[in-house]
Ligand binder design. Structure first.
Ligand SMILES: Cc1cc2nc3c(=O)[nH]c(=O)nc-3n(C[C@H](O)[C@H](O)[C@H](O)COP(=O)(O)OP(=O)(O)OC[C@H]3O[C@@H](n4cnc5c(N)ncnc54)[C@H](O)[C@@H]3O)c2cc1C
Length: 387
């Protein structure tokens, strides 16, 4: 009977980051995923500068660059009135765009190189703790002293899962090629009518494109997706000769977090800890941060023999201040997509203040805390009052 120190369920960015950290510290790690890598993931594929920094801390960044991570010098916001506002990341800290097929496979390869035992094509169907030991069914039993649940939005393995709320927001994502006049920056399109879009360039004419359908039925098929791109006000012509490099994938958006991220013998990380609306592109940063934080705390807990819930609660206390501000920032961004006149007014003012615009990019890219967005927007909207 092999008993691992930690079983990490889910080998996305959260689980792989945790596995890398724990395996490098000498713990015996089982990294379990229902998929085999490389595998696709529905994602806008934008990495803020903070995510690149975390990947660098994990020692993965040089390989990510070599695998084709594409630099994004900033954020361009296409306003409801056809305006174009460019906010820049600091010079030496661009954002990036990278296919999740490549990024996630790279993270898993680093976890394996660190010594983690990858069990791919292994779907965990039950997780039971008895006498201080976890038994995972996948389908044969696996055993571990501690567990990190990093299974993304699939939260049935957690003791207190995020209640699946019906979402009125559906995202369709596809890699698109043949785009004319593609901006160099990560583009956020906020049209007066029609779906907001997130366009993350991945080459001279190529980008990962996400369309967000809020309370309206999304189109179906490749033709429907391309037609929606060609209907984007002011940008449609750019997609005249566009084509898709892979099928369109879609999912309903969820936001919120589990009520119990730390439990006796285990922690939840990444989207299993909590989901953020993808509009601000913070998900991968938080997945990496939470995976690393979960590994740090379990490392100490295993050393001192404290896998009890009160001790592991330290993790919940660490994560809450990291998660809540981006969650509120994303809610604010969603609100702006629903009120184009408000977004248009803010963008007009932002366009006149490059310093504030760049401060917004730094917040979006995770370089500055997301709770600074409120005072920033207050300064933008009411400069006299803020002074
Ligand atoms: C449409 C959309 C666009 C997005 N765009 C961006 C963006 O541009 N930038 C950004 O930073 N974030 C974005 N996000 C958010 C980002 O994708 C997630 O926050 C991130 O993938 C979370 O990583 P994770 O490791 O927690 O989960 P995941 O990446 O979902 O990985 C979970 C893993 O668990 C495995 N798994 C699930 N259940 C089981 C089981 N029972 N047994 C074994 N394995 C299991 C899955 O196969 C998967 O590999 C977007 C999200 C969506 C939905």
């Amino acid at each position: 009977l092999v008993i691992a120190d930690v079983a990490v369920i889910g080998a996305g960015p959260a689980g792989a980051a945790a596995a890398i950290q724990l395996a490098r510290r000498g713990w015996q790690i089982l990294l379990v995923d229902q998929a085999s890598f490389p595998r696709p993931k529905v994602c806008g594929e934008a990495l803020g500068p903070a995510a690149a920094q975390l990947l660098d801390d994990l020692g993965v960044w040089p390989d990510a660059r070599a695998a084709g991570a594409w630099p994004l010098p900033g954020l361009v916001i296409h306003g409801p009135d056809g305006s174009r506002t460019i906010c820049r990341y600091p010079d030496r800290q661009p954002g990036w765009s990278m296919s999740r097929l490549d990024l996630d496979a790279l993270l898993v390869a680093h976890a394996q190189a660190a010594g983690a035992d990858l069990r791919a094509r292994c779907r965990v169907t039950s997780l039971v703790r008895e006498d201080g030991l976890w038994a995972l069914t996948c389908p044969r039993p696996l055993y571990a002293r501690a567990v990190i649940v990093a299974a993304g939005r699939h939260q049935h393995l957690l003791p207190m899962a995020l209640r699946p709320r019906r979402s009125r927001r559906i995202v369709l994502v596809a890699p698109v090629t043949g785009i004319a006049d593609l901006d160099a920056e990560l583009a956020l399109v906020l049209p007066r009518r029609g779906p907001p879009a997130l366009i993350a360039p991945q080459g001279p004419q190529q980008a990962s494109v996400a369309l967000i359908f809020d309370g309206v039925r999304p189109p179906t098929g490749i033709d429907g997706f391309l037609a929606a791109l060609r209907d984007l006000p002011g940008l449609g012509e750019r997609f005249g000769a566009a084509d898709l490099l892979a099928p369109v994938r879609g999912m309903a958006i969820r936001a919120g977090r589990t009520a119990q991220p730390a439990f006796a013998g285990g922690l939840a990380a990444g989207d299993a800890y909590g989901c953020i609306d993808p509009i601000t592109g913070h998900g991968i940063t938080l997945a990496l941060q939470s995976g690393i934080a979960a590994a740090d705390i379990l490392d100490i807990a295993l050393r001192v023999g404290r896998l009890d819930q009160p001790f592991l609660q330290l993790y919940a206390a660490t994560m809450a201040p990291l998660f809540e501000p981006p969650l509120h920032f994303a809610s604010l961004a969603v609100h702006l997509t629903r009120h184009p006149w408000l977004a248009g007014g803010l963008l007009r003012r932002l366009g006149q203040r490059p310093d504030q615009c760049d401060a917004l990019a730094a917040i979006q890219g995770g370089l500055r805390p997301a709770d600074l967005v409120w005072p920033l927007l207050q300064q933008v909207a009411l400069p006299g009052l803020a002074a």
